[in-house]
Design a protein around this ligand. Structure first.
Ligand code: NAP
Ligand code: MG
Length: 394
């Protein structure tokens, strides 16, 4: 390795897996060069969360990071960890610094059949993570009333539009998005499609929302035509826009193998649908891509608290490390591509293959054991699973 990978450690069961993955699957095979940031809750608390910002800045500087799952504190965690305050979600902090878009994709293996039988390849979901209903203003209208949209410009110019003349009680909502955020989202989607060489689909409801959703459609179309068309054609991939209803129908009939970009709410709902239909949360990987092409890889699941408490009591655990392993392989592959290190790219491929081969040979953790249709399958513990992968890898 030539450029360091930004390594962000985390909490609970995934912190234990993190250490074991490094010991068993990485250090024996790779001359790892990492810049280490401890995002475990105790150290975030000790540094007043400065470590999280420092890690995000390091990703900006070097371009690629890999992150372990971390606790987002709530009132109970403040008590449990004796925190100075209820620190914000590290993922939120990192996303704010990088202004990125999250892409989630399942790891597909034989024996774990997607509920949708036509799906043969992963579907990657890209969710716009700003605005719309998540930053709305809502009112309960308490009886007959006239509701209007009103925009006031700095020069005093006012634009108004009727929403509804209420005869009786009801509800209204105002929401927004910005050209800057939609543009950043579109760049991240086009960049990521080029990076993994898959088609990009974008869907919205522009037939009904002729100004709001149409703005998204126009920004995507404009960027594609002016900045990405040639590169897409050279890579042999396609961009296409379709109505969200049509997209849903096409996705279900497809065999997968593309990126589906969604507005914030659509992405929230559809990513849970796609993840569930593919089988297991523990097999979902996630990568944050900034509009200027910085990458942060992680597992989509949390710190698996319930398993950690069992582990602390000395009980055996069978926690699935696949998504965390794929976070590492994704980050190492990207580092290898950027630094022109074919051996590192090849190692990432081999690590993924050894992981998939292990599961397909029948050795798996409890969550997959419950789902797998393989006839000869064995349930193994958290660390035994890593040992089995290490053996295949060697
Ligand atoms: P979680 O850690 O994803 O776990 C929820 C349940 O899903 C587990 O109890 C387990 O089910 C199953 N599961 C998830 N990952 C698994 C794996 N790798 N192997 C086997 N089973 C797995 O979500 P949570 O319990 O809601 O959250 C725990 C902590 O994680 C919270 O403090 C939250 O803030 C944090 N979190 C962090 C991130 C992140 O850093 N990106 C994301 C989400 C949540 P069973 O117990 O039935 O076996
Ligand atoms: Mg959701």
């Amino acid at each position: 390795m030539t450029t360091p990978l930004v390594e962000m450690d985390g909490d609970e069961m995934t912190r234990i897996l993190w250490q074991a993955i490094k010991e068993k699957l990485l250090l024996p095979f790779v001359d790892l060069k990492c810049e280490y940031y401890d995002l475990g809750l105790p150290y975030r608390n000790e540094t007043d969360d400065a470590v999280t910002v420092a890690a995000a800045e390091a990703i900006k500087k070097y371009g690629v990071g890999v992150k372990c799952a971390t606790i987002t504190p709530n009132a109970q965690r403040v008590e449990e960890y004796k925190l100075k305050k209820m620190w914000k979600s590290p993922n939120g902090t990192i996303r704010a610094v990088l202004d990125g878009t999250v892409f989630r994709a399942p790891v597909v293996v034989n024996g774990i059949r997607p509920v949708v039988s036509t799906w043969k390849k992963p579907i990657t979901l890209a969710r716009h993570a700003y605005g719309d209903v998540y930053k709305n203003s809502e009112l309960y209208v308490n009886g007959a009333a006239k509701a209007e949209l009103c925009v006031t410009y700095p020069d005093g110019k006012v634009e108004k539009k009727d929403i509804h003349n209420f005869d009786g009680a009801g509800v209204i909502m105002g929401m927004h998005n910005t050209d800057a955020s939609i543009t950043a989202f579109a760049h991240a989607c086009f960049q990521y499609a080029l990076s993994i060489k898959q088609d990009l689909w974008f869907s919205s409801k522009d037939t009904i929302s002729k100004t709001y959703d149409h703005r998204f459609k126009d920004i995507f179309a404009d960027l594609y035509e002016t900045q990405y068309k040639e590169a897409f054609e050279a890579a042999g991939i396609e961009y296409f826009y379709t109505l969200i209803d049509d997209a849903v129908a096409r996705v279900v009939r497809s065999e997968g193998g593309f990126i589906w970009a969604c507005k914030n709410y659509d992405g929230d709902v559809m990513s849970d649908m796609v993840a569930t239909a593919f089988g297991s949360l523990a097999m979902m990987t996630s990568v944050l891509v900034s509009p200027d092409g910085k990458y942060e890889y992680e597992a989509a699941h949390g710190t698996v608290t319930r398993h950690y408490y069992k582990h602390l009591k000395g009980e055996a655990t069978s926690t699935n490390s696949v998504a965390t392993i794929f976070a590492w392989s994704g980050a190492l592959r990207k580092r290898g591509e950027l630094d022109n290190l074919p051996d590192l790219v090849a190692f990432a491929d081999k690590l993924e293959k050894a992981t998939i081969d292990t599961i397909e040979s029948g050795v798996m953790t409890g969550d997959l054991y419950a789902l797998s249709t393989l006839e000869n399958k064995t349930k193994v513990g958290s660390l035994e699973f890593l040992d089995a992968i290490a053996e295949k890898l060697a």
